[in-house]
Design a binder for this molecule. Sequence first.
Ligand SMILES: [Zn+2]
Ligand SMILES: [Zn+2]
Length: 191
Amino acid sequence: MCTGQNQSYKTRVLMNPSKMVQSSPQSPSQSKHLTLEIFTTQISDDDLSSITHALKRAYGTLIEICPGEPHELPSQAYHRQRNQYDADYLLRYALRQKNRDIVLWIIPHDLYISQMNFIFGLAHYFQGAVLSLFRLNSDDLKQKEAIHEIGHVLGLPHCTNTCVMHYSNSLGEAQRKSLSLCDRCKRILNI
Ligand SMILES: [Zn+2]
Ligand SMILES: [Zn+2]
């Protein structure tokens, strides 16, 4: 129950921006019915509603989505020269603040981690993820990347099938990849 508490690709791509996952996958059985708290920072109601519905559609009863509080971005995470936020810092911050099993923090600003020009999102297996809408200029892309990051949080690695868990080397590839999980990924999650 959810009651109670509540640079771009101009020059080169060093690594795949939707490839960023830290720590190792664990048993999929650990991903059963997790409560997901959504943090937002200056995200429109339309975006939040669209992403929430997409996550429910993708994961069904595997996750229970609990409304979270709006959160200010910690100034320590801002890199002035890059005009981007440090995704690793934000994710660790969110993991300390969360009140549920897992957390998704959706922000409108651009994200980076070291060695990368930018990333769309960053996930820790079975803990949480941070997602930037900065470069995602359609509902379709926002939904895909949210489903992708939560897929990692539920223990899914990248997938080579026609699948939302396929990694994307560019915004164009993100646009072309499927909005849905493939049968193999669904089997891993038992959905
Ligand atoms: Zn990924
Ligand atoms: Zn798949």
